[in-house]
Write a protein that binds this ligand. Structure first.
Ligand code: SF4
Length: 209
């Protein structure tokens, strides 16, 4: 349970971010709870839309995946099919993901180990729906990157069973190990060249890492 004053501060931050997203060709929606966020996502998905997603603790936490039927789930593909299935996600109608960080100015900052998630965010799926809890908000791009290395990566590496320095010690060691590092690509989305393609749902709860 988040303190009510922190909740109010989060709401004001999210209102500010939503205004900044508009300047960047993206649209933002405020949700008080994860349950409300799930309803908003379902309202954005058309009946015939094929939906896909990247690995995301936030999406697991809000339980949206089980509420969708017409899906491509590359996260469940066996290793020999992973490349093919990840390619298919790029042609989905809707792509769901979280963001590793979102700045007060409305920039989305993400790292990726294989690049399929950040690729889909940049190009491919007709609509990208990004769910971000209050814990993902940072002041600027530099603090977003710091958040990713100190908060997101250690937890994500542990979730994925990696043996990266951040998973073992909690501290980034700038690893360069094939098949281990989840920091192959760092992408900042500062603008959407297709207006409204990227929908950001800001949830006033702490979600994911
Ligand atoms: S570079 Fe390696 S050690 Fe550093 S945060 Fe990324 S995965 Fe962890």
């Amino acid at each position: 349970m988040i303190d009510k004053n922190i909740k109010e501060a989060n709401k004001r931050k999210m209102d500010y971010i939503i205004k900044n997203l508009e300047k960047r060709g993206m649209e933002g929606t405020y949700c008080e709870t994860a349950e409300e966020a799930s309803k908003v996502i379902l309202s954005m998905v058309g009946e015939t839309d094929v939906v896909s997603w990247g690995g995301s603790a936030t999406l697991d936490q809000i339980g949206i995946k089980g509420q969708l039927s017409n899906v491509i789930d590359a996260t469940k593909a066996p290793p020999e099919k992973a490349y093919e299935e990840r390619c298919k996600t790029l042609t989905a109608d809707v792509y769901l993901t979280s963001t590793n960080a979102i700045t007060m100015e409305g920039e989305l900052v993400n790292i990726d180990g294989t690049g399929n998630r950040v690729s889909a965010m940049c190009f491919g799926p007709k609509k990208v729906i990004i769910v971000a809890g209050a814990n993902k908000i940072t002041a600027d791009e530099a603090s977003a990157l710091a958040r990713i290395k100190t908060e997101a990566c250690p937890s994500n590496c542990i979730r994925l069973g990696k043996t990266t320095p951040c998973a073992v010690t909690g501290k980034c060691g700038n690893c360069l190990t094939q098949g281990q590092t989840i920091c192959a690509y760092t992408v900042t989305t500062r603008f959407s060249s297709i207006p409204g393609r990227i929908q950001v749902i800001l949830v006033n709860e702490n979600l994911g890492f």
